[in-house]
Design a protein around this ligand. Structure first.
Ligand SMILES: Cc1ncc(COP(=O)(O)O)c(C=O)c1O
Length: 482
């Protein structure tokens, strides 16, 4: 049984602590050389130091009460103004800086649920999401009790609008479109969805957590990007993350609304608390001043010209990667992604894409996996431009290795991901993952490694891997049902 690590009796030397913090990093991914394809948006040391310095200037300040730290409220106002500008909003557009994309998405669901409850007495709220909606929306559904109505996809991975229309009823509190969606990078047909939403009088949120700080600059560079922002009349709100393609420090996103009539429903006020009358604009109580300062700072650091250059480099990397990938026999890009991210898959039953992913990992890359259908994911930043050739060369090697060794499809991560995607009883997968995931939070922690199929802190210290355990459960289930 693992034990808690007690707090030191005495304080330690600050230099020694800082040295430990640096040393901890030895086990983390090496993102500075462009080998990681999500999670971080690193460019160079100059930019990184600037972010740290601006964060550091406000690391102790609290944005909870906008009346107290007026500096933070000023920064928030200016960040929202800059966001409204690039999203082609009018001066009516208003919003809040949040801690990240998830908070922004959660807030939109709360807003539209409460608005429908107040204005139309909707008691059993529903929201319409394309299957590709980010998981944050499913989390919001669970947290706020808003039932998801899923729109199936067409072969290009965009939602089937005929089916979307049929899902609308009097309980519908909002419709979602993404620009772009995370799994394949497709930009949903926002203009079409907007006109459906407007005709029915239903709010339309655009999840531009990924695209918000890159698609506008791609368009300014002359790229053809379909309309998806406030120029589309039906769009009532947009989430756009500064800590993704805005290259801010972690902890900065925006949620904006077409006007204050919507944003009002996001607010929380409790007037009878013994601690005083309390008002809050979003999910958090204490709000980290450092993240706001770094977000404000970075929008000034780059300005439109800087973001246009980043968008240009990113798109060059994306295009070269896509060209290189489709030139490898047996691989294809999924759908028609237009922004900074895309996924690819195998078209050859003899070439297991998850095994290709394992081979990429073995060569030092950190590549995310898709499911339904299986694929590999790439969230491309400007920094990746310098590793395009290396990535493609390693990908060719990975494909050759898997073709020469088909048994790799039945081992390691390939086997686990294949199993996770294909076990027909999805509840069983959920239960098992929940079990393993929560085990990491026992005293002393533990490590989850789904790809390896086991975890040192899982199930009392390793033992059976996820794959074995799922196979066993599935076999038991089948035998019980005869
Ligand atoms: C489309 C989309 N929405 C929302 C989110 C959630 O953002 P965060 O991880 O900042 O909470 C993501 C994250 O990748 C995303 O891709």
């Amino acid at each position: 049984m693992s034990k808690h690590i007690p707090m030191p009796e005495q304080g330690c030397d600050s230099d020694a602590i800082l040295a430990s913090l640096e040393a901890f990093k030895a086990r983390d991914p090496e993102y500075k050389d462009g080998k990681v394809w999500s999670l971080v948006y690193y460019l160079d040391e100059q930019h990184s130091s600037f972010l740290k310095e601006s964060y550091h200037r406000y690391a102790c300040e609290n944005g909870l009460n906008p009346g107290a730290f007026k500096s933070l409220k000023q920064m928030e106002t200016e960040v929202i103004s800059a966001t409204a500008d690039i999203l082609n909003g009018t001066d009516e557009v208003c919003g809040v800086v949040t801690s990240g994309g998830t908070e922004s998405c959660l807030m939109a669901v709360k807003t539209y649920r409460d608005m429908a409850r107040d204005r139309r007495r909707v008691r059993k709220p529903e929201m319409i999401l394309p299957e590709t909606a980010h998981v944050a929306w499913f989390k919001a559904s669970e947290y706020f009790g808003v039932t998801v109505r899923l729109v199936p996809l067409k072969s290009d991975f965009t939602p089937d609008l005929k089916k979307l229309k049929r899902l609308i009823n009097r309980n519908t509190v909002m419709i979602l479109g993404s620009a772009p969606e995370y799994p394949h990078g497709a930009i949903d047909p926002i203009e079409e969805i907007g006109s459906i939403a407007q005709k029915k009088g239903i709010p339309l949120h655009v999840d531009a957590c990924v695209g918000g700080f890159i698609l506008p600059f791609m368009e300014m560079n002359g790229e053809s990007v379909p309309l998806w922002d406030y120029r589309v009349p039906g769009v009532t709100s947009i989430s756009a993350d500064i800590h993704k393609y805005g290259y801010a420090a972690k902890g900065a996103s925006t949620i904006t609304y077409r006007n204050l009539d919507y944003l009002r429903y996001q607010m929380f006020v409790y007037q009878d608390w013994p601690g005083g009358v309390f008002a809050s604009s979003a999910l958090l109580g204490t709000r980290p001043g450092g993240a706001y300062a770094a977000a404000w700072g970075v929008t000034r650091y780059f300005g439109k010209a800087g973001y246009r250059k980043l968008a240009q480099d990113t798109l060059e990397a994306v295009n070269r990667l896509k060209e290189g990938i489709v030139a490898i026999p047996g691989l294809e890009i999924m759908g028609s992604p237009q922004g900074p991210l895309f996924s690819y898959r195998s078209t050859d039953p003899g070439l297991n894409i998850y095994a290709v992913g394992d081979q990429m990992d073995a060569q030092g890359w950190q590549v995310n996996r898709n499911q339904h259908p299986p694929g590999l994911h790439a969230m491309v930043t400007a920094q990746h431009l310098q590793v395009v050739d290396q990535y493609l060369q390693d990908l060719r090697t990975a494909v050759e290795t898997v073709r020469a060794n088909p048994e790799l499809a039945k081992q390691g991560g390939a086997a686990t991901y294949g199993m996770l995607a294909h076990v027909p009883l999805r509840g069983m997968v959920k239960k098992k993952v929940l079990e393993m995931y929560s085990e990491q939070y026992r005293a002393g922690g533990g490590e989850l490694d789904l790809a390896a199929g086991s975890g040192s802190g899982v199930g009392g210290g390793g033992g059976k891997g996820l794959l074995d355990s799922l196979v066993q459960r599935y076999v038991d289930y089948k035998s019980r049902r005869g």
